[in-house]
Design a protein around this ligand. Structure first.
Ligand code: NAD
Length: 389
C-alpha cells in the first residue's frame, strides 16, 4: 500500500445517456479549430454510430474536422505515422479519438510523435515525454480498456511484434465521454472480451504493490458491477442498464489502474497480443485465473476480500480457502462469457514462450505484480495457459 501518492484522471469526464451531444461545445471551449478524428473504418461506416454522432455535434457547433479512419486493432506504429501525416497535411490543431482502446491509443501515439519525436519506440517506459500532446478528447465506445481516462498508450511494433507502453501523465485526455447508448450494438464476443478486460483491470490494481485506499474502493465497486452486469450485457446487448453498469465498472477500474498500476496478467497479455495480434481482452481473460492462482500466496487476505466482492460465500472459511474461491469465480466468469480457456485458441506456440516471458518481465505492468517471478516461472505460466482444457 502506498502512503503518499498522486491521483490522475482527466479533468472533465462526461458520463451517461446522450452526453455525446456535448462534444461540439466542448471542442469550441477548448478552442479546437480543426481536430483530427482518429477512428477505424467500421465505426466510421456505422449508420448513426459513434463517429456519425460525434460529427453531428461538431457540425452543430460549427467546428470543422478531418478524419483518419486507419486505426487497426492493437494499433501499430504504421497507424500513428499515417495519422500524423494526415494531421500535418491538413493543418490540424487537436485530436478527438472515437472508439475503443485501439482508437484512443492510436490518437495518443499520434500526439506523442507530433510533439516528442518520431521514434515512439524510444519513448516506451514511464514518464518519458518532455512535451505536451496537442489538445486531446476521447469518445469511448467499449467497456473496456478505459484508455479514454488513462495515462497509458499501448502500441505494437509490427516489425518486432512487440507491444509496448508509453506511460505518462501527458497522455491523459483533457475530456472523456462515456455514453452507454453508443455501446448497445457492440457484438456479444466483443462485449465479453472488452468486459473481461474491465474485470481484470479491477482485480490487478487490488493486489498491486502500488495500491492505495482510494483505488481499493474503486476496484471492489467495479468488481461488484461486473458481477451484476457483464453476463447480462453479453447475453442481451440492448439492456441499457447492464451496459450502463459496465461503463461505470470500466471507469472505476480505469481510475484504479491508472493510479495503482496492473500486474503480470497485463504484462503477459501484451506479449500474446503483440505476437499473435489477438484481442487484448481475450488474452487477459485467458491468463487471469492462472496468474492470480500463482499470485495467491503473496497476499491471500486480498484474494479472500476479492472472493467476497465476487459474491462468494466465505463464511467460516480459512483465508486460504476463501482466497481460492476468488480464483474459481474468475474462471467461472470467463467460462460464462465464452472465453476459450487455452491460449492455443489465439495461435500461441510454446517455442515463443521463452522470449515472451523475457519481454513480459520488462513490460511496464510487471513491476507492481504482488509476486516477483523468474523468467522460468513466467514460461511455466504461459505453458499452463496453453495446456488448459
Ligand atoms: P478495439 O478498440 O480494438 O475495438 C475492437 C473492435 O470493436 C473494433 O473492430 C471496433 O471497430 C469495434 N467497436 C468498438 N466500439 C464499437 C461499438 N460501439 N459498436 C460496435 N463495434 C465497436 O478494442 P478494445 O478492447 O477497446 O481496445 C484494445 C486495445 O486497447 C489493445 O491494443 C489494448 O492493448 C489497448 N489497451 C489500452 C489501455 C490503455 O489504458 N491505454 C488499457 C488496456 C488496453
Amino acid at each position: 500500500m502506498k502512503e503518499n501518492f498522486d491521483f490522475l484522471m482527466p479533468s472533465v469526464n462526461f458520463f451517461g445517456k446522450g452526453v455525446i451531444k456535448k462534444i461540439g461545445d466542448r471542442a469550441k471551449m477548448l478552442n479546437m479549430k480543426k481536430p483530427l478524428i482518429v477512428t477505424d473504418k467500421f465505426l466510421r461506416g456505422m449508420d448513426n454510430g459513434p463517429v456519425a454522432q460525434t460529427l453531428d455535434s461538431l457540425d452543430a457547433a460549427g467546428v470543422s474536422y478531418v478524419i483518419f479512419d486507419g486505426v487497426e486493432p492493437n494499433p501499430k506504429i504504421r497507424n500513428i505515422q499515417a495519422a500524423k501525416q494526415v494531421y500535418l497535411d491538413n493543418d490540424c490543431d487537436s485530436i478527438i479519438t472515437v472508439g475503443g482502446g485501439s482508437s484512443h491509443d492510436c490518437g495518443k501515439g499520434t500526439g506523442i510523435i507530433l510533439t516528442n519525436g518520431d521514434d515512439i519506440t524510444k519513448l516506451a517506459g514511464i514518464e518519458t515525454l518532455e512535451n505536451p500532446l496537442p489538445p486531446l478528447m476521447a469518445v469511448n465506445t467499449t467497456a473496456g480498456t478505459a484508455s479514454e481516462l488513462t495515462r497509458h498508450c499501448v502500441i505494437t511494433n509490427e516489425k518486432t511484434k512487440l507491444k509496448f507502453v508509453v506511460v505518462s501523465w501527458r497522455n491523459i485526455p483533457l475530456v472523456s465521454f462515456n455514453d452507454p447508448m453508443l455501446e448497445l450494438d457492440v457484438p456479444a464476443a466483443m462485449t465479453a472480451a472488452t468486459g473481461m478486460d474491465t474485470f481484470v483491470q479491477s482485480i490487478e490494481p487490488y493486489v498491486s504493490t502500488n495500491r492505495n485506499e482510494i483505488t481499493d474502493g474503486q476496484c471492489i465497486e467495479a468488481i461488484k458491477l461486473c458481477e451484476e452486469s457483464l453476463r447480462e450485457a453479453v447475453a442481451n446487448g440492448h439492456n441499457l442498464e447492464a451496459r450502463t453498469k459496465m461503463v461505470e465498472a470500466e471507469m472505476l477500474g480505469g481510475m484504479a489502474f491508472n493510479n495503482a498500476d496492473l500486474g503480470y496478467v497485463h504484462a503477459m497479455a501484451h506479449q500474446l497480443g503483440g505476437q499473435y495480434d489477438a484481442p487484448h481482452g481475450v488474452c487477459c481473460a485467458m491468463l487471469l485465473p492462472i496468474v492470480e492462482e500463482y499470485n495467491l500466496v503473496a497476499c491471500p487476505e486480498r484474494f479472500a476480500e476479492l472472493a467476497k466482492a465476487m459474491g462468494e460465500n466465505t463464511d467460516g472459511l480459512s483465508t486460504r480457502d476463501a482466497a481460492e474461491l476468488a480464483i474459481k469465480a474468475m474462471r467461472q466468469m470467463a467460462d460464462d462469457v465464452h472465453i476459450p480457456r487455452s491460449i492455443k485458441a489465439i495461435g500461441a506456440k510454446p517455442e515463443d514462450f521463452e522470449l515472451m516471458a523475457e519481454n513480459a518481465l520488462k513490460d511496464g505492468n510487471a513491476f507492481s505484480n504482488p509476486r516477483k517471478g523468474t523468467k522460468e516461472e513466467i514460461v511455466q505460466l504461459f505453458q499452463k495457459a496453453y495446456d488448459m482444457k
